[in-house]
Write a protein that binds this ligand. Structure first.
Ligand SMILES: Cc1cc2nc3c(=O)[nH]c(=O)nc-3n(C[C@H](O)[C@H](O)[C@H](O)COP(=O)(O)OP(=O)(O)OC[C@H]3O[C@@H](n4cnc5c(N)ncnc54)[C@H](O)[C@@H]3O)c2cc1C
Length: 358
């Protein structure tokens, strides 16, 4: 007869639930963004038992895709590039699996003229969040779970979720934006040494207000479907998600505000934000005949405020490790302020954790 006790004995050590109702795992990863997922896959490849928690409804973090009716919007990261061979090897796998594809080799700039170069810009075949979904598919990723407190014990970490579930983890990987990771660590009274704390406290991020709009009628951007205005204010990015190949519904646009506008209008009404940003985006929009549009009418709108969009001050190494109990901080604030940086940080964190756990 199978009793709860005999069932526990069938489970590998890291998933055994103790009599006190505490779950156990070798490595607990907070954050199912790209850094957390890449790290979890690499740890599992090395034979480490790993569970990933994310407070979001789905995996991806800033690799974010939202559906509004039959329209689909990438509203966090829009595309990515490859600079390092180590990341390139992973991207080649994703290309072979059809998870990502080359979008283009450059975008229109502020003068509306397309500037192409030799470097591919990649995107998720079914949206940027699709990359995370594919990486998470065969991992133990638990979404809709917020980690609320972390307490250091002899031989590991005590982790409590918002549902009041307790976990014991031999090691911990924190991949949220660094101010959130610091708050979590401090919630349980763990004291980082002064130097580590000072390094982490210096890390800073720009905010970004993203708006998703469906225009009435047929509104387009010329191929490849995006305008990138370096340092642009109030708008630095406009994307036509239909032309990009993400949205089956046409006239579905993502507009990203610059950091200055985002800071100044953080508390502003959505209506004001959408009206201001669409007015500034309008000069780039075209009708089906490629003719400039005047007075584009917004049919549907949503606003997403990214408090931590891209790090402006980063750490010098790809991750930061604390030895006892084993704890690693990772994410784009370590590997570089972009998709590639998050992935490289995840790989470096897995390497560090594997070393700390040996
Ligand atoms: C608007 C915008 C545009 C961007 N554009 C580009 C671009 O075009 N190209 C590019 O290369 N990069 C771009 N980026 C940056 C890129 O998205 C990031 O560098 C990368 O996705 C960061 O991944 P990450 O894993 O480090 O962090 P995240 O994706 O932020 O993952 C951290 C995760 O931790 C979770 N979390 C936080 N706290 C808790 C908790 N207590 N419990 C459980 N889970 C928790 C969060 O829900 C989140 O999913 C953009 C970012 C934004 C916001």
């Amino acid at each position: 007869m199978i009793t709860p006790a005999s069932l526990r004995n069938l489970l590998p050590d890291e998933f055994r639930v103790s009599d006190s109702g505490t779950n156990r795992v070798t490595c607990l990863v907070v954050g199912a963004g790209l850094a957390g997922l890449v790290a979890a896959r690499e740890l599992r490849r090395r034979g480490v038992g790993v569970v990933v928690f994310d407070k979001g409804r789905g995996a991806g973090g800033r690799l974010a895709t939202r559906r509004i009716g039959d329209a689909v919007f990438d509203h966090g990261a829009q595309f990515f590039t490859v600079r390092e061979a180590e990341f390139g090897r992973h991207v080649d796998e994703w290309l072979r699996a059809g998870v990502v594809r080359e979008w283009c080799r450059g975008f229109a700039h502020g003068d509306g003229a397309l500037r192409a170069d030799a470097h591919p810009r990649y995107c998720g075949t079914s949206g940027m969040a699709g990359i995370a979904k594919s990486l998470a598919a065969d991992l133990d990723v638990r979404t809709g779970v917020r980690v609320e407190s972390l307490v250091a014990h002899e031989g590991g970490w005590g982790v409590t979720t918002d549902a009041g579930v307790n976990w014991r983890a031999a090691s911990l990987l924190l991949t949220p934006p660094v101010p959130q990771s610091l708050a979590l660590i401090e919630s349980g009274g763990f004291t980082l040494d002064a130097e580590t704390k000072a390094h982490l406290a210096r890390i800073a991020y720009d905010p970004c207000i993203a708006v998703m709009v469906i225009f009435a009628g047929m509104v387009t951007l010329p191929a490849p479907g995006a305008v990138q205005i370096e340092g642009g204010e109030p708008v630095y990015w406009i994307a036509d998600n239909n032309c990009k190949g993400v949205s089956p519904r046409s006239s579905a646009f993502t507009i990203h505000a610059g950091a200055d506008f985002s800071r100044a209008h953080w508390e502003a009404d959505d209506e004001l934000i959408v009206a201001t940003l669409t007015r500034h985006a309008e000069k780039f929009l075209r009708d089906t005949n490629g003719q400039p549009l005047e007075n584009a009418q917004v049919e549907t709108q949503q606003v997403k405020r990214w408090r931590y969009s891209k790090p402006t001050v980063t750490y010098t190494e790809r991750c930061l490790a604390v030895q006892t109990p084993p704890l690693v901080f990772a994410g784009d604030a370590f590997g570089g302020a972009r998709v590639e940086g998050a992935a490289l940080s995840g790989l470096a964190a897995a390497e560090q954790l594997a070393t700390l756990l040996l």
